[in-house]
Write a protein that binds this ligand. Structure first.
Ligand SMILES: [Zn+2]
Length: 245
């Protein structure tokens, strides 16, 4: 189904559509699905039409399991007005969102603290997403430790980790992550150009400085067709909200 694009408010029918695939490929498998998202002019034709912001959040199935204020990754609370969204993947074959939430709450994800490096001795980010749920660990008004030490990636971005454990449906994880990203863009007035891979933020003192993360969405360690397809998927869900009166 085609819609009137928000880019063309005078009512010109455009080739884009806010019909986004809610889950999984309708035909031809994941590669076919990614090809479709890589070429938005081809349109996305499966169900998943206009929705309110709250409705999109319900599709995300977000639950809150915040790390206790004053403990572990929230030992030091630094306010943040988010301007970017940084996408990661866990590179952890054993843990889904719930186990990551538990690890953060127990303070088991430590990192060496040193000047110019990790600022608090713990890793912490805002959301973890898998094929069934998204879990929030940190308020979006607080800085995390997930990107580039004392750089702008930590100081200004919301961090989202996508799970890649055994048995996890990667396409469903990607779609849930794209919906959460679209919702956060909408609520925090963050433009699509400020949705970036962890790769975007160089880490001082690391070799290479730009991490191959999220590795499943990079081509030869850099943003390419797979990353563009993900952004198109985010944009598709964002326009589902924007299309709602
Ligand atoms: Zn990362």
């Amino acid at each position: 189904m085609k819609g009137i694009c928000w880019l063309f408010p005078l009512g010109v029918l455009c080739l884009c559509s806010w019909q986004c695939h809610p889950l999984g490929p309708p035909d031809g498998g994941p590669d076919r699905w990614n090809q479709r998202y890589a070429n938005p002019a081809a349109g996305a034709t499966a169900p998943g039409g206009s929705v309110s912001a709250g409705g999109l959040l319900r599709e995300v199935r977000l639950r809150s399991e915040l790390v206790a204020r004053g403990s572990h990754g929230r030992k030091v609370v630094r306010p943040m007005t988010p301007r970017y969204i940084t996408i990661h993947s866990t590179e952890n074959k054993d843990a889904g969102a719930a186990r990551h939430a538990l690890a953060l709450k127990r303070g088991t994800l430590r990192s060496g603290k040193h000047p110019g490096g990790n600022r608090i001795g713990y890793l912490i980010w805002h959301f973890t997403v898998d094929d069934g749920v998204a879990i929030q660990h940190l308020p979006i008004g607080e800085q995390g430790e997930h990107a580039d030490f004392d750089g702008p990636g930590n100081r200004y971005s919301i961090g989202i980790e996508m799970c890649e454990h055994r048995g996890n449906n990667w396409q469903a994880t990607l779609d849930r992550s794209a919906k959460l990203t679209a919702y956060l863009m909408y609520r925090n007035h963050i433009p699509l150009r400020n949705v970036v891979p962890h790769y975007h933020w160089p880490r001082r003192g690391k070799h290479p400085p730009n991490k191959n993360c999220p590795h499943l969405l990079l081509d030869h360690g850099r943003p390419g067709a797979k990353w563009r397809a993900f952004l198109n998927r985010v944009d598709c869900h964002y326009r589902r909200i924007a299309a709602t009166p």
